[in-house]
Design a protein around this ligand. Structure first.
Ligand code: NAD
Length: 398
């Protein structure tokens, strides 16, 4: 298949692009390199040293991979170039990773809130409008988040894959049943943009029959796949800082450098997780099993297991001997929640989940130990607060 990977230079996008090329697909990586520019602005670098996009692509070709091309393009701002790219490449599938993806970064200031909304909502809408204008039948595989469902309001109910069957009472006392998009409950400006993406997909699917698979992904952990491990120039990024680092990778990296594990609040928050290798595999499964023409948006819960954050920290502490330090929570969120998730779609398509117990935790600690001298400890704390109240709490507990 011809595949455009939007955001293909990012943490999830790069190993995904490489995997699709390895599987024989004709891959074009599209990225505006904004993630690398944000690193410069924040004065922080990936823990693992990553090469430029040009060197990555040359290395991939040299180690025997099917060559990929690169297009430097901003999908949120360069509509005409995006349309032209679709017309010239005529892709079967567009995999869409190209968004600002850090909740803490989105909550830093009004400037980062506005950037996140402008970038994410315009990017997704430009893609949909350009596909309609091109007249092509393109399948979009979009990376959404489990966070669209929210955390804390499910009261033990299993979260279905995107749609909820509800009973609607009528004036005469009768009821009818309806399948609706699961209500959204975003916990940050970033998560809110993902709920807006959902509505855009819903509308363009209904109005223009655009085929979409929306992957509600859990928090990704791990760093490399067997393919990005083939050559140091293919190494994937590893974010550890308070804005972009994700919780489990942060714990593993903190343990590796002897920094107390930063548990926010009570650690009672439960979240969904997936290893980068499974994330890559899921995107391939979604791409190779597209919705049929006229089918409504396919929504998959792309996660393999749920864990309470405090229990995760304990698991990492047991493995490494690290100390745990409870800190004021910068986020405005439920102190504790349960999270039961239906992920049958991918299991039925053949996903064999990688779990936390597979020795991969230790592998991530090893990677982090190897690059420990690249870590700037001052960038570990999460200082981006959801409201002035949380900001005050962080200050007083510092
Ligand atoms: N990393 C996770 O744990 C996680 C979890 C759930 C969902 N996701 C979703 O997966 C997707 C990818 O996440 P990631 O961790 O790889 O993030 P990332 O920031 O590492 O990668 C995103 C890539 O998109 C590019 N990009 C951003 N805006 C763009 C634009 N307007 N035009 C062109 N390129 C643009 C960036 O330069 C970057 O290379 C995101 O949509 C994110 O919401 C990630």
């Amino acid at each position: 298949m011809k595949v455009l990977v939007l955001g293909g230079d990012g943490f999830c996008g790069w190993p995904c692009a490489v995997n699709l090329a390895d599987a024989g697909h004709d891959v074009v990586v599209v990225d505006n390199l904004s993630r690398r520019k944000i690193d410069i602005d924040l004065e922080v670098e990936s823990l693992t040293p990553i090469t430029s996009i040009g060197e990555r692509l040359r290395a991939w070709e040299q180690v025997g991979g099917k060559a990929m091309r690169f297009v430097h393009l901003d999908i949120a701002r360069e509509y005409d170039r995006l349309l032209e790219l679709l017309r010239s490449e005529r892709p079967d599938t567009v995999v869409h990773f190209a968004e600002q993806r850090a909740a803490p970064y989105s909550m830093k200031s009004s400037a980062t809130k506005r950037y996140t909304v402008d970038n994410n909502v315009n990017g997704t809408h430009n893609l949909l409008a350009a596909i309609v204008e091109s007249g092509l039948d393109v399948h979009i595989v979009h990376l959404g988040t489990m966070g669209v469902y929210g955390y804390g309001s499910h009261r033990g109910a299993t979260i279905p894959e995107g749609y909820l069957t509800v009973e609607v009472p009528q004036a005469d006392g009768s009821r009818f049943t309806e399948k609706i998009l699961h209500p959204t409950d975003p916990g940050s400006v970033y998560h809110m943009t993902k709920t807006l993406d959902q509505l855009l997909f819903y509308y363009y699917n209904k109005n223009d029959s655009i085929r979409v698979t929306d992957l509600h992904q859990g928090i990704v952990w791990g760093t490399n796949t067997t393919l990005t491990d083939r050559d140091p120039r293919l190494t994937n990024r590893f974010d550890y800082d308070g804005d972009y680092g994700t919780v489990l990778n942060r714990f593993l990296m903190q343990a590796a450098i002897g920094y107390p594990l930063t548990v926010h609040g009570t650690g009672g928050q439960t979240r969904a997780f997936i290893h980068i290798r499974d994330s890559v595999r899921c995107v391939q499964l979604a791409l190779e099993n597209p919705p049929t023409s006229g089918e409504k948006v396919k929504i998959f819960n792309q996660m393999t297991e749920s864990h309470q954050v405090g229990q995760l920290a304990q698991k990492v502490a047991d493995l490494t001997g690290a100390e745990i330090r409870y800190q004021a929570n910068p986020r405005k969120e439920a102190i504790e929640n349960d999270l039961i998730v239906d992920n049958r779609c991918f299991i039925e398509l053949g996903l064999n989940p990688t779990t936390l117990d597979d020795g991969l935790l230790a592998e991530v600690v090893d990677v982090a130990r190897r690059w420990a001298d690249r870590c700037d400890r001052s960038r570990i704390p999460c200082l981006s607060a959801w409201t002035t109240r949380q900001a005050e709490a962080i200050r007083t507990h510092a």
